[in-house]
Design a protein around this ligand. Structure first.
Ligand code: ADP
Length: 439
């Protein structure tokens, strides 16, 4: 029987920040993490023993005749053209590759001990991850109204996985659950109260798994308890969101009823004067679908620069003197700066600001612009440390009152961790192990 070694336990705890039930002698898990989007399906097989992903991949253009399946770790990645008519076909293809592909990491599906599914919208039902049963499936389905593309796709992934692996526990990890701690003054919108109640209109937030992960990791990096810190976490990628985390609990976040709210993003506008929406619809004769498309796909960095939704391309153009690209760059950094100010006020101070995702982790120029001029607030970026690349790091000066940290996000590990934790807590793995020869 496979068992944890003390070294593995230490590494796992280092990585995830805390593990409630991990102890010597517990049976090992390979956790399959599934992230099903509307036309894509990302996955990782995480070995808890080895404390890393042992396989990963991405199916794209699911539902089209030109589907592709990328599979493999880093330099060993291969891309296979295939036809994946739906998520069920994608799951079958992934499972077959994991067992029968070149360098297959496992010999049989019995070596997958649990499956963690990323679910975008958990509404007000879920303030933590849960083991999936019929009731959970019904609620995720009901919440599709709030995230039509995402929840339906995730459910197809869940159903296909449950059919292929009926004997292992499946866990739902929600993007929204971390923000269920928001107080009503933060999550309510000042619209007619009855309407808000009737349609469940409120702030749900997004990227919660990422914010939760980087907050824990940053506390470890700072060698302090999360419960002693006031933190502002910034997930700056194509999609961008920020959160105010007061002594471990999220008290505000920038994304709202949908992931369109808040910061300026790659192609999303973020918060704008709501009166602009009917104004543009009237003047441009747009339908609701068209205006939605405009705000989600044609705005943000892309809309302002006219160059791209990708910050690297915008930066290159800005460096050549393209004024619209420069403006887009300026607006993006200013948008982050304004939320820092808001959240300092919301928490009456801040101890650490944590950055992650493509832009937050990699773009030293954007970080410089975000923090420039914030010295009077006790936030001082160290230019030299900001230039350095690396894993988890502190990039503020030694005497900066507020610490600035860069933490590469790892939502898959957080999902694997939640899955392990829940499954272990419920001892379901012991029941399953009686059927599975590998356990
Ligand atoms: P998402 O997962 O939301 O699609 P990512 O977290 O991958 O997005 O972030 C993508 C963004 O990160 C893009 O705008 C890209 O230009 C930017 N990015 C990635 N690497 C760098 C880099 N080295 N310098 C500047 N921007 C970068």
């Amino acid at each position: 029987m496979r068992r944890f070694s003390p070294a593995t336990i230490n590494e796992w705890i280092q990585l995830t920040g805390e593990v409630n039930n991990l102890e010597r002698g517990v049976q090992l898990l390979n956790v399959l993490v599934i992230n099903a989007g509307s036309s894509s399906l990302k996955y990782q097989l995480v070995s808890i023993e080895r404390n890393k992903a042992i396989a990963k991949g991405l199916c794209e253009r699911v539902g089209s005749k030109q589907s592709t399946h990328k599979h493999g770790l880093d330099e060993n990645e291969v891309v296979i053209d295939t036809y994946l008519p739906d998520h069920r076909a994608a799951i079958d293809c992934v499972l077959d590759t994991l067992v029968n592909g070149d360098d297959a990491p496992i010999r049989s599906l019995n070596e997958i001990d649990a499956v963690g599914h990323r679910i975008v919208q958990g509404g007000s039902y879920f303030d933590h991850s849960v083991i999936i049963d019929d009731d959970v499936i019904e609620k995720i389905d009901e919440l599709s109204e709030l995230a039509p593309l995402h929840n339906k796709a995730a459910l197809s992934g869940v159903r296909a996985c449950m059919d292929a692996m009926p004997d292992v526990p499946h866990v739902a990890v929600f993007d929204t659950s971390f923000f269920q701690s928001l107080p009503p003054k933060a999550y309510m919108y000042p619209l007619p109260y009855e309407l808000c109640k009737k349609y469940h209109i409120r702030k749900y937030g997004a990227h919660g798994t990422s914010h939760r992960y980087i907050a824990r990791r940053a506390a470890r990096l700072l060698d302090e308890s999360l419960e002693d810190l006031k933190m502002i976490t910034c997930h700056l990628g194509n999609g961008c969101s920020m959160a105010a985390i007061d002594h471990g609990a999220a008290v505000d976040t920038s994304m709202g009823l949908t992931p369109l709210d808040g910061l300026m993003m790659g192609s999303r506008c973020g918060s704008i004067d709501p009166a602009i929406v009917p104004f543009i619809m009237d003047h441009e004769h747009l339908t609701t679908d068209q205006v939605n498309e405009l705000m989600n796909k044609q705005s943000g960095l892309l809309g302002i620069s006219g160059v791209s939704n990708d910050l690297r391309s915008v930066r290159n153009e800005a460096e050549k003197g393209n004024e619209r690209a420069l403006l887009a760059y300026d607006m993006y950094s200013n948008s982050v700066k304004k939320y820092i100010g808001q959240y300092i006020a919301v928490m009456a101070g801040v101890d650490a600001i944590v950055l992650t995702a493509g832009v937050g982790e990699n773009c030293q120029k954007m970080r410089r612009m975000i923090f420039s001029g914030l010295q009077p607030l006790g936030i001082v970026l160290d230019e030299e440390k900001n230039r350095q690349r690396g894993f988890e790091r502190i990039i503020s000066t030694d005497d900066s009152h507020v610490r600035i940290c860069v933490i590469p996000t790892n939502e898959e590990y957080m999902i694997a961790h939640d899955t392990y934790d829940l499954v272990h807590k419920n001892s379901q793995i012991m029941v399953c192990s009686q059927d599975g020869p590998s356990l």
